[in-house]
Design a protein around this ligand. Structure first.
Ligand SMILES: Cc1ncc(COP(=O)(O)O)c(C=O)c1O
Length: 404
């Protein structure tokens, strides 16, 4: 065979920040380096045992054939009931719910169904970096909506959206609770965004995967729940990955109008038959059973968040922002006088701790580090010791340079 000719669209795709940093991590480890990772949004708690048992039972019952491509009817009903119970949102499980292989495929499927080449998607900056490539894959372009830190939290308002608007924009993409910055968008903020979407007749693609990981008594509000008009405009994307510590099970769902869900179903069946049937049964059990395990996990994460904030206190030039939700603390390191990637690399090579540089999440993330508290226990303790020591050394080096 001659030279491999790949489709030009591949050139526009990027590995996720986590995969990129993982490559470096493997190099350091294969050279004998000892690293502690505070990088991934990978809950370290096991999937609750009643969910695992439901999968076992389903397997024993022979639930191993092809699933319904829209999602097993029982799971779709359980999703609709949970959306009604948690958010007062009424969706018809027969027409308005689609089960997907995690939120990842849900997002890609929604984008495929909604945008055509040349269309643009407004995306807050900084944000989860894995939105960018699927937007490109389907011929779209993302437009970064700048956010700013106000009273210790990243936020943006309608004026920022208006400044980015042009007629080629079709979608506003939201993530609340918002990875990596930890903001839980308020009713007021969401209403502002929905008013903007309505004024320009845009879809709102709402990734709510961290909905249950909210702290200090906050509650997550789905933009779709604001009004009938909002529900019509929103495609809710969610998954069981974080809520039930099921990242490897690959099961998620989307809810939207019958027309959009039918289009997404058509797209989805070109690349997937859906999560394994027994996994869908386990997901149904997760959604239907008592939610005390979810509550316990949120409490554990809130305690871990507290530990991160405490350990990063009193480091010159470093300020940790308190996240309202999610699994990450953003740490402002601008005053260390180095780029976020330089700080990350120093921490990786000189302090033995892995975090992600904020710039990986967009220009608005420059000057910050994303520290995950998805891992707890000894990993978090050791990782935070290394992080604190590494940042202290950088701060001291910065002071010396300033004097010289
Ligand atoms: C904001 C956000 N959306 C989606 C995903 C991927 O979710 P899933 O495991 O359901 O594919 C992640 C994973 O970290 C995430 O942080």
């Amino acid at each position: 065979m001659g030279e491999t000719r790949l489709a030009p669209r591949v050139a526009g795709l990027r590995p996720t920040a986590v995969n990129q940093v993982l490559r470096e991590v493997k190099q350091v480890q294969s050279a004998g380096g000892d690293l502690v990772s505070l990088m991934r949004g990978q809950p370290d708690t096991p999937t609750p045992s009643h969910i695992v048992e439901a999968a076992h039972q389903a397997l024993r019952a022979g639930r191993t054939g092809y699933p319904d491509n829209q999602g097993e009817p029982g799971l779709r009903r359980a999703i609709a009931e949970r959306l009604a119970l948690d958010h007062g949102l009424e969706y018809d499980p027969n027409q308005e719910i689609l089960v997907t292989d995690g939120a990842t495929l849900g997002l890609s499927t929604a984008l495929a169904a909604l945008i055509e080449p040349g269309d643009e998607v407004l995306v807050p900056d900084p944000i989860y970096d894995a939105y960018e490539s699927p937007i490109r894959l389907w011929g779209g372009r993302s437009v970064a909506v700048p956010s700013s830190v106000q009273q210790g939290r990243f936020c943006f308002r309608r004026d920022a959206l208006e400044r980015c608007y042009r007629p080629s924009v079709r979608i506003v993409l939201l993530n609340t609770p918002w990875n990596p910055v930890g903001t839980v968008l308020t009713r007021d903020e969401l209403q502002d965004i929905l008013d903007f979407a309505e004024a320009h007749d845009l879809f709102v693609l709402s990734d709510e995967i961290y909905e249950k990981l909210v702290y200090d008594g906050r509650t997550h509000l789905s933009p779709a729940a604001l009004s009938t008009e909002a529900r019509r405009r929103c495609i809710v994307v969610n998954s069981l990955s974080k809520t039930y510590a099921m990242t490897g099970w690959r099961v998620g769902y989307c809810a939207g109008s019958a027309e959009v869900i039918a289009a997404m179903g058509l797209v989805l069946q070109q690349s997937s038959r859906g999560p394994a049937t027994f996994v869908q049964d386990a997901a149904e059990a997760a959604l239907r059973s008592a939610q005390s395990c979810v509550q316990r996990m949120a409490e554990e994460y809130q305690a871990r968040r507290g530990l991160v904030l405490e350990r990063l206190r009193d480091i010159p030039g470093v300020e940790a922002l308190t996240p309202e939700g999610g699994l990450f603390v953003m740490v402002d390191v601008r005053r260390l006088g180095r780029s976020s990637d330089e700080v990350r690399q120093y921490l990786l090579h000189e302090a033995g701790v892995v975090v992600i540089h904020g710039a990986a999440y967009g220009a608005g993330g420059e000057g910050t580090l994303r520290v995950s508290f998805a891992a707890g226990g000894e990993t978090l303790e050791r990782g935070l010791d290394r992080l604190r020591n590494g940042l202290l050394r950088l701060a001291e080096a910065g002071e010396r340079e300033a004097v010289e």
